[in-house]
Structure formats: structure tokens, C-alpha cells
Write a protein that binds this ligand. Structure first.
Ligand SMILES: [Zn+2]
Length: 298
């Protein structure tokens, strides 16, 4: 196996990495996305980044993995659901392959997260025997990815693992995707802060709300976090009842809340369709690097 080349395409920066076969980082660089200049410019920025990496490692890539929010619709070949509007509804994948002259594998950033944590992160370290891994991102949004035997599962519509937009409870209200009560509208960071604001009239960060929850000084903070724990249990138990993964790894800012790993796990246990519940629910190890490492592993 040769070197692994991966790119994490974000709204403001494009990050690239080259790994050797033991997953050691040989080179890592970033360039600005400059997305306002449109898709051809974004592609030329990717080319620029690749040539910088090529100089550092002294060889050219044979193929490339790229992770980005959104997914390529298998039926149209067009990218959808990306927060980089310039490449949405565009044949980004095909145009990129044409420009750089090599095969490109493209996957959702949550799939890349799951793949990286499964292959070289928390799951690889703590549960190397795991064959089916579900990776959850709970941050400003809510995403997920499924890994079967070391491979990310995209699915028929390219939406495999998208638990953030499964409908969880109507009280979450309208989601940007057009549905009402998506998981994201209840357990993503900004929505937890919104819930607190609606109940209290005070705008506060999740960090502060959580501190008050821990201190036991604010009943609305308690209500906000108790609601998170409840719906975290309902949402994840739905996934477990269908997929029954060997391990679940959490990521994103909300996953830093320790309460998820004790009371949150209890809430899952209560809701899962089985008298016993042993699925490890673990913290991530790779931090912000998971996206670009996962892209290289594609
Ligand atoms: Zn939604």
C-alpha cells in the first residue's frame, strides 16, 4: 500500500494530509477555501494544496480521499447538503477528478470522523475487535457515520448514518432541512442554548449552562441538561435497535459533557430493546484531526 492522501474541505479552510501505511503523518498543510470565488477556484485551491504536499513528501498521489459536509447523491452525481454553497448542486466530484487527473473518493465529514476514530483513534485503541462502529457528531449540527469492517457506509442515497435528521420529537421545532423535530433540533449545541433561552429569557453558552447544572444552582439548566440526557437516550437507542453496533464513539462539542457517559448511557439503557445493554459509548481521541485523517483513509 502506498501513501494515503486526504483532504478535509471546509467552508473557510482546506486541510490536506499525507499518511504512510502505518498512519503516521508525513505532511499536513492548509490553504483558504475562498469559497466566494466559486467552484473552479475551490478546485484550483485543492490543486495548490496537493502541489505543496507533493513537494514535502517527494511524490505524487495515485488517488485522493476527500471529506466534506454533505454528500454526493448517487443518482445525480451532484453534491448536496454542503455548507459550502458554491459546490452544492454541482458535479464537484467529477470536476475535481477531471482537474487533478486521478480517482477521488468523497465522503461526508461525519463518515470521515467515524472512519478515523475506528481505524486510528479511540475505537482502534480501546476496542480493536469492533467490526461495526457508529460515530456520532454532536456539535453545532448533528451528524453520524457508520463503519463496517473498516469501510465507511454511504448507502443508497449517500445518507448512511445521518441520524441528525431522523425525527426525534416535535418539540424540537422546524429544522433547516424542512422537517420538524429532527434529532439535531434537540441535541445540537445551539439548540440546547436556544431551549435554555426560551425557558429562561437568558442567552447563555452551553458551557455556562452545564457549569450551573453541575453546581445544582439553576433549575432551568437542570431542565435543559436532563432533556438532553433523555433525548440522547431515545435517539441513540433507536440507532442501536436498528444497527446494534459494537461501539459508539461520540464527537463534537456536546460530546465533551461528561454526563453523557454516565447518566446519558443509563438513558440509552432504559430505552434500548434488550434486557441487557453493553455497547461501549466512548470519547473521541483525534479531536479536529479526525476529518482529514478519515479522508485519507477513504
Ligand atoms: Zn433536519
Amino acid at each position: 500500500m502506498g501513501l494515503l492522501w486526504g483532504i478535509d474541505l471546509g467552508g473557510t479552510k482546506i486541510e490536506g494530509v499525507v499518511l504512510n501505511e502505518n498512519h503516521m503523518v508525513l505532511a499536513r498543510e492548509r490553504v483558504p477555501t475562498e469559497a466566494v470565488n466559486g467552484m473552479p477556484h475551490i478546485i484550483s485551491q485543492i490543486e495548490k494544496l496537493l502541489s505543496i504536499l507533493e513537494k514535502e513528501v517527494g511524490e505524487k498521489p495515485q488517488n485522493l480521499g476527500i471529506g466534506t459536509p454533505g454528500s454526493v447523491d448517487p443518482s445525480t452525481g451532484l453534491l448536496k447538503g454542503s455548507n459550502t454553497q458554491a459546490i452544492n448542486n454541482q458535479p464537484f466530484h467529477k470536476e475535481l477528478e477531471k482537474a487533478i487527473g486521478m480517482p477521488v473518493k468523497i465522503a461526508n465529514d461525519a463518515n470521515c470522523f467515524a472512519l478515523a476514530e475506528a481505524t486510528m483513534g479511540a475505537v482502534a485503541d480501546e476496542h480493536p475487535e469492533a467490526k461495526v462502529v457508529f460515530g456520532v457528531i454532536m456539535g453545532t449540527g448533528c451528524g453520524g457515520g457508520i463503519v463496517f469492517n473498516g469501510k465507511a457506509h454511504n448507502g443508497r442515497h449517500g445518507i448512511g448514518g445521518e441520524w441528525g435528521h431522523t425525527v426525534l420529537h416535535e418539540s424540537g421545532g422546524k429544522c433547516y432541512c424542512g422537517k420538524v423535530g429532527c434529532t439535531e433540533t434537540i441535541i445540537a449545541g445551539p439548540h440546547l442554548e436556544r431551549y435554555y433561552f426560551e425557558q429562561s429569557g437568558n442567552k447563555r453558552s452551553l458551557k455556562d449552562i452545564y457549569a450551573d447544572y453541575k453546581a445544582g444552582t439553576d433549575p432551568i439548566a437542570k431542565e435543559t441538561i436532563d432533556r438532553l440526557i433523555h433525548f440522547f437516550g431515545v435517539g441513540l437507542s433507536n440507532i442501536i435497535n436498528v444497527l446494534d453496533p459494537d461501539v459508539i464513539v461520540l464527537g463534537g462539542g456536546v460530546s465533551n459533557l461528561d454526563v453523557l457517559y454516565n447518566e446519558g448511557v443509563e438513558s440509552v439503557r432504559k430505552n434500548v430493546f434488550n434486557p441487557t445493554f453493553t455497547t461501549p459509548i466512548i470519547k473521541p481521541k483525534l479531536g479536529d484531526s479526525a476529518g482529514v485523517f478519515g479522508a485519507a483513509l477513504l
